[in-house]
Design a protein around this ligand. Structure first.
Ligand SMILES: [Zn+2]
Length: 175
């Protein structure tokens, strides 16, 4: 069980780090003149989506810490603040995940706001759900940069999107 958890924890932190790199790259490189441009397909701006990435990272941190309190409303924030919030939230989540005792990974906890699947679930399952939500959100933000938003949170590259989802499913099977 302990060995299995080490594997799952390692896989989780690797996927999280990968998503984090993608978010940081998009937020840093996003064209300044389009950052507050509202996409007609979804009605959201890149700044709002980037702030949403911070909120999703904080949710992962909250699940890992056992603090499932509602998150404070965010934004509008400057790009520098968003980048700082992304990094501090990531470091906090990463540290919480590494120090999470094995027994707490399978502990049944209350589902945080925004993850409307069950009232309660195992912490490990909620962590994977929260990570999947973050991956989808990150892909939505990336689709804005490519001017390919389709309004439903998925990007224009349906095929590569499906592949990434399948990859995540494969790893999440270890949860
Ligand atoms: Zn959009």
């Amino acid at each position: 069980m302990v060995l299995e958890l080490q594997f799952v924890r390692k896989a989780y932190t690797q996927v999280l780090a990968h998503q984090m790199k993608r978010v940081l790259r998009v937020v840093r490189q996003y064209p300044h003149d389009r950052f507050d441009q509202r996409e007609p397909a979804c009605g959201q701006t890149a700044r709002e989506l980037a702030e949403g990435c911070v909120a999703r990272l904080r949710r992962i941190d909250a699940i890992a810490c056992g603090d499932i309190a509602p998150l404070p409303p965010l934004g509008p924030c400057t790009r520098g603040t968003i980048l700082l919030d992304l990094e501090t939230s990531y470091l906090s989540a990463h540290s919480a995940l590494l120090s999470l005792p094995a027994a707490h990974w399978s502990e049944v906890v209350t589902t945080p706001p925004g993850l409307r699947y069950w009232m309660q679930a195992r912490r490990g399952e909620l962590l994977w759900l929260a990570l999947r939500e973050m991956a989808r959100h990150q892909q939505h933000l990336a689709s804005h940069m490519r001017c390919e938003c389709q309004g439903d949170g998925t990007d224009g590259g349906a095929r590569s999107h499906a592949v990434r989802e399948a990859e995540l499913d494969l790893v999440a099977a270890g949860a």
